[in-house]
Write a protein that binds this ligand. Sequence first.
Ligand code: PMP
Length: 332
Amino acid sequence: MSVLDAIGETPLIPLTRVTAGIAAAVHLKAEFLNPGGSVKDRAALAMVRAAEESGELKPGGVIVEGTSGNTGIGLTIIAAQRGYRAVVVVPDKSSAEKLAILRAYGAEVIVTTGGVTRDDPRHVSQVAARLAAETPGGWLANQYDNPANPGAHYATTGPEIWRQTGGRVTHFVAGVGTGGTISGTGAYLREAGPVTIVGADPENSVYGGGDGSPYYVESIGHYVHPDTLEDVWPQSYHREVVDRIERVGDRESIEMTRRLAREEGLLVGASAGTAVVVALRVARELGPDGLVVVLAPDSGRAYLSKYFDDGWLRRTGFPAPPVPGPLVGDGP
Ligand code: PMP
């Protein structure tokens, strides 16, 4: 038994106040209660296990990943437990809290330029790939294209939701970063019953048809020129699993994130705010038999200096649209 056994089996919490006037039920899958504080603990554990089994990751090896933070935190916890080194490349959009958490767990953190596309040599994925290749014993987790990422959710998140709702779930809503969560969970739920899978995407992200211009919500969506999308589409995202994608602006996501803390007592990150906005949209279309499950990927504790800070909101000029700059263009 170790901390790794505490990954998964997160509670499903009914929303009771932001759902006022809605007939359908909306239940929130509380992934911030994983030991590393996010849903990515699941993918990290599955990716490491697969690499240990295949021999790609050897005892005493070095785990390398490009991440907006949460995957790195999960990988670093596993590295601490199992005696690996962890080298984590993060874009400069990631919150200061995430970098501090990574360092607290013992990760070697490399901050690189955000706001660049995946084919740019400065992009987190490219920097991480170079480091993994150059480091003896290096293994790149590669969450964008690693089948163990969606596989983790097919094996755990999906079955948990099905069991926790007694098979009554009608809709599943999640944001799309690498796509691992929505693809694996969605695939399981569609096989289990008639469940509609809905993606929640930042307004400007190209997943939902946006123009790829900057936005503030961390860890979901994609910032690339739409014409180059086919080249960079993550293999962890299985488009055929997703029935519908709804787009949400930064301001609405952040407002909902703050309401969840104040009205529901749920301190979650802004990607959860985005997903809850969509879950409420979907729930409004349904009658009392509707049961919408929405996944909250991480905790608001990682963003106290951003979305929950009035000074930050003022400085970033909300509700004015964000300006292009170093705050954009990360990966999950
Ligand atoms: N929200 C947050 C806060 C995340 O860290 C991530 C993963 N990067 C996601 C959403 C998206 O999850 P996935 O990569 O499984 O699509």
